[in-house]
Design a protein around this ligand. Sequence first.
Ligand SMILES: CC(C)=CCC/C(C)=C/CC/C(C)=C/COP(=O)(O)OP(=O)(O)O
Length: 302
Amino acid sequence: MPRPAPDGAGSRHSPCDVRASSVRTIRALWGSSHPGPTLVVTALAFALGLSTGLEPWRLAVLTAAVFAGQISVGISNDALDAPRDKAVGREDKPIARGVIGERTAWVAASATLVLALTLSAPLGWRMLSAHALALGSAWAYNAGLKSTVVSIVPFLVSFGVFPSLATLSAPDPAFAAAWAWIAGAALGAAVHLTNVLPDLDDDERTGVRGLPHRLGARTATLVAAGAVVLGAVAVLVGSSAGELTAVPVVSWVFFSAVVVVALVTVWRAVTRPPTRALFRLVMLAALLLATQLVASGGALVA
Ligand SMILES: CC(C)=CCC/C(C)=C/CC/C(C)=C/COP(=O)(O)OP(=O)(O)O
């Protein structure tokens, strides 16, 4: 069956055709946004905003700004990767499959980038600058750093600064404490090291050789699991100001759960070929740590 022409090229369309094509475009854009990570990072922003005690409008605007920013990062990533994804026949990539055109994708990625920054502005220039830094670093990954030995750096930067997006959104803005930077960067590293694992062979064929490709799947997963534990220790120790006797029981429960997740990640890595499950385990660890912060009332600011 012939594919519909991308970007609406073609002749006459009935209102039904137009509606169907709009739905197809929106679904394809959502599919290109890396929906799973987009939703997880948005939920993390919400949880960090809650734990910072933001008032409802600030919490809503922070969450919406992060959501828009993630969509812009995800779609621009797929738009830039489209020729490579097409070459290796990636069926999960709507742009590479020709469901939508690259022009449509770029319009959506640019519009959501502008929306993310516009929504950040009412939260203050510090939050706006921090979000611009996080997004700039993510776009730099998409634009080429992903194929270099320093492919991990944008994840360290974007996720390192990420907890501060919440604390800088407060009426009395402040950077997050050092332990929160460490936890964010450690989890960002784990996200990168596990996300690319199922695509290592396809990536090699199209010339993408980031840090995980050079480390190899097993080493990358072991380092990722170590980073998850480092993040968990940072949250446990940091949020109780170094007083281990003052750590609430709920924090120990979440900490133990995250260590179990890290152990399962290692076990899977040594017993099976790498799959998307390793990345999902890292996402789960990040959600557990954010929930721990909310449940224990741990303060993000020193
Ligand atoms: C807080 C914040 C702004 C964080 C974002 C940080 C960051 C560097 C994001 C890049 C996200 C991304 C689309 C990775 C997938 O790329 P890929 O091309 O390696 O893998 P794929 O095959 O899944 O597309």
